[in-house]
Design a protein around this ligand. Structure first.
Ligand SMILES: [Zn+2]
Length: 726
């Protein structure tokens, strides 16, 4: 029942890495500069000046104005810079307390301002906030560098690290020391001055080329749109889709119809276009978008990016870039990640080949007279899906009303598993009237957290769905979690119910899984709390929580007709469940192919010559047995933005890795009685409450009693029957 939607997870960031935008490298040069003072003076009149006096230190949105953010962020950086300088220059010998604990306590003002700013600038943006974001993003990146490239600070951390055997630190403190030391070293703190200079140059080139890639790809994707003067070639599209294509043409001041490209290889309209040559044209536009040899061709850019990343890894003492990137991940090495992906290939491709046979049979039955090509897949697959599993979305949604799903589904599952109860609070100020706030109580009745739900689409909200903190849990700082979930569901007319698709419902459970990870955090140090974990672990609690959406005892508790309260008819519920494993051979193969491409590019050694992306890609797919003519990778190298410009370099496998963990974990629940308090409490105690306080593979193995296995993942995707061969 996995709805794996590869996208950048928008979840809690590191305490020091604030806005994702600007590159670390370009920022180094700003590190020493004093903060430019903002126009508005910062003082006690600013709502971020002191800790919030609201329950749980919730942000005082009734007092916060747009003009308050910038002065608070600037003052927050200046304050933390002072705090860090004081730690680095402390005349006393370095101790865990006067260095690491002091670092954890630093930056309170900046956290208050940035946690709130991060929320509103993503979910309630306006021109004033956009301006603040543009100005502050590079300064915040520079701020982080000023901390992690501070050599005096690093010397203190290293001195403590070198005495770690004799310090008698508790396990979490030991982990914090390890975390900071490795973070400094990872960033190059141990290099000679000459090598540091070389590293900065490479980082700078990386960020410049990433930017170049983004700019080229944006133009290439725009130019790759399919255009037609008349409706004829667009047969098969619905009136709504045609209207959208006509609007897209108008927006570009063109006549006729335009189908803009999405970032993936396959395009949504390919499921409906009945004219085969239109399909081929649209597909080829997508596939070749960045390979036309002109100014927007990205191939030279990515070849050099792969090469310079390998050089950077060599400088830092690693055989390749992936080895450097994966050092602090759960998988730890590219070999482990590759072994995992390779193990998925036979099951995924066998299923894809059998799906291809079904499609070819349908083509032949209709006397198509051609061999299946990638541009045919979605069209015929949609026909098969309709025959086998079609259900009326409009009928389904009458059983999926937002408040019911939230209170009788999402909250109910959390109650059954963890004993949580929820009470809506109307006295907490909000940044938008659509937002709802609930106080969350633990099984013993004690207040646990504050949770905000902001579910409706607005024009000033980013697309997608995400979770983050207003306040992170920390015993050291005496804070309880204040977390929020954001989504983009259609807002109903006043007085009408908000009806959801089953995908929306799964999305709600997903984001609430992140929220539970944040709310159950029971850690001393904010840097190790809740969702502040490795990239290949962070989607595990959220994807795990998705499983409860279709778990019968939960599903039957919320899926009721919003008018009559009648349960969803069993036939309809069964169709939803069955449709989840449809086309999974294709879906998994295209994902593994993209993940393999990423890993092959990033395991090139520094001595390897510049690669020709086309021959490299072809060889990489053949070598990994993923060269299926009708299943292209989800992203081609030349438009794979995740790995060249969005921070998922050597990290695309993380989506699949997290899926292995969540399916494996859910299988454990199924084997141990399913939805019970005992199971939930054990999972909370051994995993969800621990954040990043332990070595992740050890934490996982201690909970499961074994290493994670890929069989449940194959089973839930419908690729291998339960109990099939290893
Ligand atoms: Zn997520």
């Amino acid at each position: 029942m996995n709805t794996l939607k590869p996208q950048k997870p928008k979840i809690a960031r590191s305490r020091f890495a604030i806005i994702l935008a600007a590159s670390a490298a370009a920022a180094c040069f700003l590190a020493g500069e004093p903060a430019r003072t903002a126009d508005v003076p910062f003082g006690p009149g600013n709502p971020f000046y002191a800790q919030s006096t609201l329950p749980f230190q919730a942000p005082p949105f009734d007092k916060i104005k747009d003009s308050d953010y910038q002065p608070a962020i600037e003052a927050g950086m200046a304050e933390q810079r002072k705090e860090i300088e004081a730690i680095a220059n402390n005349p006393a010998a370095p101790t865990f307390e006067n260095t690491l604990v002091a670092m954890e306590k630093s930056g309170r003002l900046l956290d208050r301002a940035m946690n709130t700013f991060g929320a509103v600038s993503q979910a309630n943006l306006d021109a004033a906030l956009q301006k603040v974001k543009d100005i502050e993003a590079p300064k915040l990146a520079a701020h982080e560098d000023a901390i992690f490239l501070n050599s005096r600070l690093f010397r203190r951390v290293a001195a403590i690290y070198n005495q770690r055997g004799s310090l008698k630190l508790d396990a979490e403190s030991q982990r914090l020391l390890d975390f900071y030391y490795k973070k400094f070293v990872h960033a190059g703190a141990n290099l000679s001055d000459a090598d540091k200079t070389r590293l900065k140059k490479l980082n700078e080139e990386d960020s410049t080329l990433s930017n170049t890639f983004t700019t080229k790809l944006l133009a290439a994707t725009k130019d790759g749109a399919y255009a037609s003067m008349d409706e004829g070639p667009l047969a098969g599209l619905s009136q709504e889709q045609l209207a959208a294509a006509s609007q897209a043409a108008k927006d570009r001041k063109q006549k006729g119809y335009v189908i803009p490209l999405q970032n993936t290889t396959q395009q949504p309209d390919l499921s409906f276009l009945s004219n085969r040559s239109t399909r081929q044209k649209l597909f080829e536009n997508s596939w070749n978008r960045a390979e036309h040899g002109g100014a927007d061709d990205t191939r030279a850019t990515i070849s050099r990016l792969a090469q310079l990343r390998a050089e950077k890894a060599r400088l830092l003492g690693f055989p390749n870039f992936a080895a450097w990137e994966l050092e602090d991940q759960m998988a730890k090495t590219p070999e482990t990640a590759l072994k995992f992906m390779n193990a998925l290939v036979p099951g995924a491709t066998a299923k894809a080949n059998s799906e291809a046979k079904d499609i070819q049979a349908l083509i032949d039955e209709q006397k198509g007279g051609f061999q299946l090509q990638p541009w045919d897949w979605n069209f015929y697959s949609e026909e098969i899906r309709k025959k086998k599993y079609d259900f009326d979305e409009a009928q389904v949604e009458t059983y999926l009303e937002l408040d019911d799903v939230l209170e009788n589904g999402v909250f109910y599952a959390a109650n059954q598993l963890y004993g949580l109860t929820f009470k809506e609070r109307k006295d907490i100020p909000l940044y938008n009237p659509d937002v709802r706030v609930f106080e969350v109580f633990d099984a013993d009745g004690k207040p646990l957290a504050l949770w905000y739900g902001d579910y409706f689409k607005r024009d000033n909200k980013n697309g997608g769905a995400w979770m983050d903190n207003f306040v992170a849990r920390s015993k050291l700082l005496g804070t309880l979690p204040v977390v929020y979930n954001v989504a983009n569901f259609t807002k109903p007319a006043p007085g009408q119910p908000a009806l959801l698709s089953f995908d929306d419902v799964t999305g709600m459970f997903h984001e609430f899984g992140h929220a539970l990870h944040g709310m159950f955090a029971n850690t001393e140090y904010p840097s190790l709390a809740g969702t502040a974990v490795a990239r290949d672990f962070v989607e595990f609690p959220s994807q795990f929580n998705e499983h409860w959406a279709s778990y019968p005892a939960v599903f039957n508790h919320y899926a009721k007709n919003y008018k009559t309260g009648a349960p969803m008819p069993a036939v309809l519920a069964a169709k939803i469940k069955k449709s989840e494993t449809f086309n999974q051979g294709y879906a998994l193969t295209e994902l593994v192919a993209a993940a393999e491409l990423d890993m092959q590019w990033h395991t090139l050694g520094a001595d390897a010559p510049l690669q020709n992306p086309d021959t490299f890609e072809k060889a990489a797919l053949e070598k990994t047995h993923l060269a299926l003519s009708y299943v292209p990778p989800r992203y081609r190298s030349s438009y794979f933005a995740h790995i060249w410009s969005e921070g998922y370099d050597a990290g695309y496998y993380a989506y699949l890795w997290s899926e292995m963990l969540d399916d494996d974990a859910f299988q454990w629940f199924e084997d141990h009685g399913g939805l019970t308090r005992a199971n939930g409490d054990r999972f909370r105690q051994m995993v969800l409450s621990r954040g990043n306080t332990e070595d992740l593979p050890k934490m996982y193995a201690a909970w499961l009693g074994a290493e994670p296995s890929i069989e449940p993942m194959l089973k839930y995707r419908g690729l291998a029957p339960a109990g099939a061969s290893k």
